[in-house]
Write a protein that binds this ligand. Structure first.
Ligand SMILES: CC(C)(COP(=O)(O)OP(=O)(O)OC[C@H]1O[C@@H](n2cnc3c(N)ncnc32)[C@H](O)[C@@H]1OP(=O)(O)O)[C@@H](O)C(=O)NCCC(=O)NCCS
Length: 185
């Protein structure tokens, strides 16, 4: 799951490891909500939280990895790939607040989608999106993903620590297959 892709104009997409704690702490410094690696923390990461997150996404374990978009040594955003079957992986994405609306996520998704089909030989890459997340829905469409289905009460809001007392909202599933003709070429 090790990737190192030149996205042009000084932008690089590469696998993040536990050596990247400082990058995650700096990149999440202005975040007020959840970033890529999980629902907690909501907001900036401490060094301890960054290390724990990167440990959980250790590419050496072979099931999930996170990929940083880096420019001039700064982490501008990250994508996550979670393998959930012999032919399939879930993709997630996040861009630091001050770097949004500059086309970064689109470039990252296009590159990682193509790399996952080609290098990992996975046919299906899928997204799980909150119906209220308009930026993510538009991005999915721009990246050539196709709407598949709505799963009722599937996604947790993480407003309570106990899952039985939390709110669960619908999720929209979008997917990209190796046969999809899309901008991700
Ligand atoms: C969703 C997110 C990753 C988009 O990142 P980004 O780098 O700003 O996206 P891009 O600049 O590449 O935008 C590409 C396209 O996505 C759509 N888009 C992105 N942000 C949008 C917004 N705020 N409103 C409407 N459309 C938006 C547009 O179609 C845009 O193309 P355009 O700029 O030519 O109109 C970013 O807003 C983010 O990190 N949000 C918080 C985390 C999150 O919600 N992740 C997804 C969980 S499913």
């Amino acid at each position: 799951m090790i990737a190192d892709i030149d996205l042009g104009h000084g932008l690089r997409l590469r696998t993040l490891t536990t050596c990247d704690v400082d990058l995650v702490v700096e990149a999440t410094g202005t975040e007020t909500s959840q970033a890529l690696w999980g629902p907690r923390p909501s907001g900036p990461y401490t060094p301890w939280e960054a290390r724990e997150a990167l440990d959980a996404w250790d590419p050496a374990a072979g099931r999930q990895a996170s990929y940083g978009m880096l420019k001039h040594g700064r982490l501008l955003g990250a994508l996550g790939l979670m393998i959930d079957g012999p032919h399939s992986a879930e993709l997630a994405y996040w861009v630091r607040p001050e770097s949004r609306r500059q086309g970064l996520a689109l470039r990252g998704i296009n590159a990682l989608t193509r790399w996952t089909h080609d290098e990992l030989a996975l046919d299906r890459i899928w997204l799980e999106i909150d119906p209220a997340n308009t930026p993510s829905l538009r991005l999915a469409d721009r990246a050539g993903y196709r709407y598949e289905q709505r799963l009722p009460h599937h996604c947790r809001a993480w407003t309570a620590s106990d899952p039985d007392h939390d709110t669960w909202h619908d999720c929209l599933i979008w997917a990209h297959t190796s046969l999809t003709t899309s901008p991700a070429t």
